[in-house]
Design a binder for this molecule. Structure first.
Ligand SMILES: [Zn+2]
Length: 164
């Protein structure tokens, strides 16, 4: 699968890139500073009724004032707009960990099935925790706030946990 991947970025990342690219095509790019490769990108996407939000893209530093490029190491639509304006490839704006070559290398090894569990050998080692990182609390943990009706625990009712 990874070996037959011919897109510049692996499939999921490539589709994410293309979604942002279509947003980027709605942006207006203007050059602020040629030497530092600093650009102004004005967004005109429909999601924002007012439109016209202006962002600064520092292309060489891989930085955008929206904060996403430097945080995710994956370009925001503003960075992609500048990349396209400069006529450069998606590789230029995407961290190498997202590249197809990295993706291929990750799956380049040999993989074997594990076989039936009964035939597994007993390991000659044990996983050990680091005791210095374990915190122990003696006795009851004291509540720091006043209890209210939401804290009442009905033991006969099934407990429900919500994972977000
Ligand atoms: Zn941005």
């Amino acid at each position: 699968m990874a070996q037959t991947c011919n897109t510049p970025l692996p499939p999921r990342i490539w589709s994410r890139f293309n979604k942002l690219y279509s947003v980027a095509m709605q942006h207006e790019v203007s050059v602020y500073d040629v030497t530092d490769a600093r650009y102004s990108v004005v967004s005109r996407d429909e999601a924002n009724d007012h439109g016209g939000n202006e962002y600064t893209v520092e292309y060489i530093r891989k930085w955008c004032s929206c904060g996403k490029w430097q945080m995710l190491r994956f370009p925001c639509s503003h960075a992609i707009a500048v990349c396209s304006w400069r006529g450069e490839e998606p590789h230029e704006v995407t961290n190498s960990k997202f590249h197809t070559t990295t993706y291929r290398e990750q799956y380049n090894g040999h993989f074997y099935t594990l076989g039936p569990k009964e035939e597994w050998e007993e390991p000659q080692w044990r996983i050990q925790g680091d005791p210095s990182r374990v915190t122990t609390h003696r006795g009851r943990v004291r509540a720091r706030r006043i209890q209210n009706e939401m804290d009442v625990n009905y033991h006969d009712e099934p407990q429900c946990y919500l994972f977000l």
